[in-house]
Design a protein around this ligand. Structure first.
Ligand code: NAG
Length: 248
């Protein structure tokens, strides 16, 4: 039993080292082009694996324990509480960073990643309550919320955090703004399993997907920001900032 486990661990550490060798460090401070290529390699080749050296969980599919989209502004025609529990998010292996700014020697600067993704699909159990463009909606079941051709901008700042004599980047003001070209919804078992009502509602949601997304975009951005802050923050809290980048 030890053999395969050991081989697995060795294999993982070799792969992390291949992507992020200790010495020489692959990218210089602020070298956006290099950081972009390195991250994209990580997404395309290593998304299904854990990367303990970088404190990364498997990214595709990404386990999402709980994600709440709560849109309750009075002036909006959409007022919903939509809770996803134990979902899987598919799509990160096909996402690509297209621009990187920041990550200079001064970690307190503003850091920015521009990302494009073919699809993000959030799949698993949901619970919804509220109203969508006047119509009441309620249900508990399984859902698939898919965003296609997403352009996302991730921004954050950093403040130095000292741990064991090393300086880590502590993430502040983390924000994601996502712009999908289109959004598709599927909710099974709406209205206590009333099939006619549920089918009609799914058609209605997809016919009005653009308007619905617009009304819920900031709530979606908020909850995805929380989700991704955890992931990005995990890397920076594990590896001292100076160990990530080489001097000029
Ligand atoms: C979710 O929906 C999308 C688009 O409708 C589809 O391509 C994808 O296969 C679905 N994912 C799952 C896991 O059902």
């Amino acid at each position: 039993m030890l053999g395969p486990a050991l081989a697995f661990v060795l294999c993982l550490s070799v792969s992390v080292q291949a992507v992020f060798p200790d010495d020489p460090k692959p990218c210089k401070y602020g070298d956006g082009e290099c950081i972009m290529k390195l991250s994209n390699t990580l997404f395309s080749e290593r998304s299904s694996a854990e990367e303990p050296g970088l404190n990364l969980v498997p990214l595709d599919p990404l386990k999402v324990d709980k994600l709440v989209i709560s849109q309750g502004e009075d002036t909006s025609p959409v007022g919903i509480t939509l809770t996803f529990t134990d979902n899987l998010l598919y799509g990160m292996k096909d996402q690509r960073i297209v621009k990187v700014k920041g990550f200079g020697k001064d970690l307190t600067g503003k850091h920015e990643l521009r990302i494009v993704a073919k699809t993000f699909s959030l799949v698993g159990p949901y619970n919804i309550n509220g109203k969508v463009l006047i119509l009441p909606i309620s249900g508990t079941g399984n859902s698939n919320m898919t965003m296609a051709n997403v352009k996302a901008i991730v921004t954050f700042s950093g403040k130095p955090l000292e741990k064991d004599g090393e300086i880590f980047l502590d993430i502040t003001n983390f924000k994601i703004t996502m712009k999908p070209e289109s959004t598709h919804y599927h909710f099974s078992n709406l209205f206590n399993g009333d099939k006619a009502l549920g089918d009609n509602m799914n058609v209605f949601l997809n016919e009005n997907a653009e308007a619905i997304y617009k009304e819920t975009a900031s709530a979606i951005d908020r909850s995805f920001s929380q989700l991704f802050k955890g992931i990005v923050g995990g890397v920076f809290s594990k590896v001292p900032y100076a160990k990530l980048f080489a001097e000029e």
